[in-house]
Design a protein around this ligand. Sequence first.
Ligand code: 13P
Ligand code: SF4
Length: 314
Amino acid sequence: MTVAQLQENITKLKQAKGALILAHNYQLPEVQQVADVVGDSLALARAAAESSAELVIFCGVHFMAETAAVLCPGKRVLLPDPEAGCSLADSITPEQLRAWRAQHPEAVVVAYINTSAAVKAESDWVCTSANARAVIEAIPPERDILFVPDMFLGAWLQAQTGRRLHLWMGECHVHAAMRPQDIQAALAEHPQAEFLIHPECGCMSATLYACSTGELNGRRLAIASTDGMLRYVRRSAAAEFVIGTEVGLLYRLQQENPGKRFYPLRPDAICPYMKRITLEKVLRSLQQEVYHVTVPQEIAQRARKALQRMLQVG
Ligand code: 13P
Ligand code: SF4
């Protein structure tokens, strides 16, 4: 089947079943095109929670589908490929978090959304890259905070809020590979461009600590979630941007801003898990209603509390 035929079949079946298709900003362009909502982790969590559809096809990775299942207990959430995982989410288990927490019994635990539902269930708060700062600022200043699992996002939050966080040493292998030398090379190669960097990036701590003014060698720079980058570009008068995140975002940036130019900070920043979702798998998912993502009720209840706390903040 051609791409157009696959897309037509998906759209027909989606309408017939009254399903909702969600796609993360890192999904393949042809998958983004069949989605009802394309967005960052926060936007997709909200879309899942607010939709009346009973069937949700989540084009993203496993922890995102789990989040939708936790927030929508009455819905059937499907992940088109059960192997679509996340190296960052895999960097901490609930047992490890329980053991760490036992060493800091007074601390508040904040889990980045890139964690399993079982890790969220051991946490007090969840945050995404879009609302992490607001979540940290909502916690009373005298409380110690354990932040899991992304050390680069945690280090950035420390710099932003002035709070001392205990950091778990986890990382996303795609973003951690972006190093300060990539920033230096891009500064030289694209002298007119503004810089947009995801807070999971490995270049954060070394290069960007110095950029509290929002400038890098005189160039404008923003640290943002994927949807935050889209909003920034819409508002900016600049014509060129260096994008420090997974390359899937460049498709949407280019679609929305045909007159502007986008350069990936690293063209090899490709998430192999996100790219497991193909149109063929989305169609099979709708036809056979696979793969159903479920979370045991007791874990879902506790994870939901931490997620809802986050959704109330921002
Ligand atoms: P966003 O929350 O910015 O969409 O990021 C999710 C993610 O997986 C980053 O790698
Ligand atoms: Fe996980 Fe990194 Fe892929 Fe995002 S880009 S889903 S954090 S492995």
